[in-house]
Design a binder for this molecule. Structure first.
Ligand SMILES: Cc1ncc(COP(=O)(O)O)c(C=O)c1O
Length: 447
């Protein structure tokens, strides 16, 4: 018998085949749309990553509302992927749908601000504690722009990231730690610059390495998720951020905290919940995109712009802060991302984590469960990974696909990358219990 992470791999492969056949047999409409899509969509999908799901062809969505969606063949799903955080507060929340409908009749984009921009910036400052804000259409753009501002403000060229990070398709950060040195990620397409010249990379939770990498005073900023979420979850050790922030400050480096995913921690993000004091703060997916500056950094970036020659700054896009986006952001902040919504999500995430842990224990697999607020993940190791290298070692996309497809065929969707599971304000205890029961069944079938 061949085993893998405590699983009988022969059984897992056989199960995967059966599940693929079931999926294909039950979804003629998705199959037909996939066939048609191949005629004019490169890769057969609107974005090539959409082929990374466990399904033999794309699952087409008919409609999505709250915690669920219906596919074009009429199957209903409890959605725990939630657009990989883009829909973390549920699909089509009524206040946002209303705001979009209303703004849709009043103008989409004008390259001029509406009142909403003033309200939103005030609310962002109140909520996250950084007094000055700018917007972006995506978290990728927000990160890209913040790196530019950080370099402009400090006059330093280098940035530091943590091994295994993901901050969107920002070229600078696709550098891994290989044999103790930086190496450009070789999956990167069409990149002709040597990214290792200006990007340093160290392991998360390693204070000594951080100190050494910043010591020469050439690093403009550290760009970090406060808890890593993109190579599986890696949590900061107790006291890590307190010490790391002191080191970063001592070397005159800026700290940029990317809360695109860790906004699952609470209404003020991980930053507020754990008392971090970043110089810049990035928001994305569930509330669009934007970034905040501390008062001091805001002074410095404004001075950098004032002192630069006229012309392109390299920051911004035409649709950034458009009227429609600002209306959606206002509705989300005012009526959707509420304390009550988070309280509901935390209670269910806790129920989910406990349920998964007891299944893991009962089935005797060497796995663990990690959590950041409303975000829960089961990982294929007995103890949570401490850094990107450890997290990478335990990833197993083939095994993930077996589990994901089994769940999907039972009306339960989780994120296609690693094993991340999100709950939203509309998720119910019954949804969570169904997921735990199906997780138990799939383990029973393959252990
Ligand atoms: C931490 C983090 N930052 C930024 C991004 C980029 O977000 P987007 O793809 O919406 O630009 C992601 C996407 O997964 C992310 O996880």
């Amino acid at each position: 018998m061949s085993t893998r992470h405590g699983i009988d791999w022969n059984k897992a492969q056989a199960l995967f085949e059966t599940e693929r056949e079931t999926f294909a047999a039950q979804r003629p409409r998705s199959r037909e749309l996939s066939r048609q899509a191949a005629e004019h969509l490169a890769f057969g999908v609107p974005l090539h990553w959409m082929n990374d799901w466990s399904t033999p062809f794309s699952l087409y969505v008919d409609r999505a509302k709250g915690a669920r969606f219906r596919d074009v063949d009429g199957f209903d799903y409890a959605d725990f992927c939630l657009g990989d955080t883009g829909a973390m507060f549920g699909h089509a929340p009524a206040p946002v749908a209303r705001a979009l409908t209303e703004q849709g009749t009043k103008g989409l984009t004008a390259m001029l601000p509406s009142e909403d921009a003033v309200w939103v910036s005030r609310e962002l400052a109140r909520r996250f504690g950084l007094p000055f804000w700018q917007f972006a259409m995506t978290a990728t753009d927000a990160n890209r722009f913040v790196l530019r501002w950080a370099r402009a403000a400090t006059g330093r060229s280098k940035v530091l990231v943590f091994n295994g990070c993901y901050h969107g398709t920002v070229d600078d950060v696709f550098v891994d730690l290989v044999d103790g040195g930086p190496m450009q990620r070789d999956s990167l397409l069409g990149q002709v610059y040597d990214l290792t010249q200006h990007t340093r990379v160290v392991e998360f939770n390693d204070l000594e390495a951080l100190e050494a990498a910043l010591a020469d005073g050439e690093v403009a900023c550290v760009l970090a998720e406060p808890a890593m979420t993109n190579i599986g979850m890696v949590l900061p050790e107790r006291g890590y951020w307190e010490a790391a922030q002191a080191i970063i400050r001592r070397h005159g480096t800026l700290l940029v905290i990317d809360e695109t995913h860790t906004i699952s921690t609470g209404p003020g993000g991980f930053t507020r919940a754990h008392g971090l004091a970043p110089d810049a703060f990035v928001l994305g997916k569930p509330i669009g995109g934007g970034y905040g500056f501390s008062a001091e950094l805001a002074e410095r970036v404004q001075a950098a712009k004032r002192n630069a020659p006229p012309g392109h700054s390299g920051v911004g896009t035409t649709l950034t802060a458009n009227l429609l986006a600002m209306a959606a952001m206002r509705a989300t902040l005012a009526e959707v991302m509420t304390e009550d919504a988070y309280a509901h999500m935390f209670a269910l995430a806790e129920r989910l984590a406990e349920g998964l842990r007891s299944v893991i224990e009962r089935r005797g697999v060497p796995w663990c469960v990690t959590q950041v607020g409303a975000r829960t993940e089961f990982q294929f190791s007995p103890a949570p990974p401490r850094n990107g290298s450890e997290a990478e070692c335990i990833l197993d996309s083939e095994l993930e696909h077996v589990i994901h497809l089994y769940l999907l065929n039972r009306g339960l969707l989780i994120t296609p990358f690693h094993n991340m599971i999100l709950v939203c304000p509309d998720t119910t205890a019954t949804d969570v219990d169904r997921l735990i029961a199906a997780f138990d069944e799939v383990l029973a079938a393959i252990v």
